[in-house]
Write a protein that binds this ligand. Structure first.
Ligand code: AMP
Length: 142
C-alpha cells in the first residue's frame, strides 16, 4: 500500500496552505467546490483524517465520511435546484484518482444535461464563488 502523502493538494487545503471555496465544515469533514466542475455546483467532500483512498481509510472514518457526503449532497441538491446527484469516488491512478487524499465527488445533474469531461475547464472564480455562497447558505442555515 502506498503511503499517504502529507503534501497532496487537499492536505494543504485542510492545513489552510491553499485556498478553497469552502461550503461546509465540521469536526470530521470539509466540503469545497471542485475547481474544474463537471457540473455546476460540483462539490468535493474530504475527511479531516489522512487517508489515501477507499483502500486504506479506517471503516469507522469511512462511515463518518459517507454521513458527511449524504449531508452535503442533500444541501447541494437543494441549493442548486438539481434534479439528481451523481456521486463519484476514484481509487489510485488506474482508477482515475488524481489527488491522493480520499474524496467523494457530488455532482448536481439535470435531465438532458451531460457532465463535462473530467479535468476539462477551470471555472471562473466569480462563478465558483457564487455557487459556493448559494450552497453554503443552505448547509449553514439556522
Ligand atoms: P480525482 O482525484 O480524479 O477524484 O479528482 C480530483 C479532483 O480535484 C478533480 O476533479 C480536480 O478538478 C479537483 N481539484 C484539483 N485541485 C483542486 C483544488 N485546488 N481545489 C478544488 N478542486 C481541485
Amino acid at each position: 500500500m502506498t503511503a499517504y502523502d502529507m503534501d497532496n493538494i487537499f492536505a494543504k487545503i485542510l492545513r489552510g496552505e491553499m485556498p478553497a471555496n469552502k461550503v461546509y465544515e465540521d469536526d470530521e469533514v470539509l466540503a469545497f467546490l471542485d475547481i474544474m466542475p463537471r457540473g455546476d455546483g460540483h462539490t468535493l467532500v474530504i475527511p479531516k483524517t489522512p487517508a489515501r483512498n477507499l483502500m486504506d481509510i479506517e471503516p469507522d472514518a469511512l462511515a463518518t465520511l459517507i454521513k458527511g457526503v449524504q449531508h452535503v449532497a442533500r444541501g447541494v441538491k437543494q441549493a442548486m435546484g438539481a434534479e439528481g446527484i451523481t456521486i463519484q469516488q476514484f481509487n489510485e491512478a488506474a482508477g482515475g484518482q488524481v489527488v491522493f487524499h480520499i474524496h467523494f465527488h457530488i455532482i448536481p445533474r439535470w435531465e438532458g444535461v451531460r457532465m463535462r469531461p473530467p479535468a476539462s475547464e477551470m471555472a471562473e472564480p466569480d462563478v465558483l464563488a457564487a455557487h459556493a455562497e448559494k450552497i453554503s447558505a443552505v448547509l449553514n442555515a439556522g
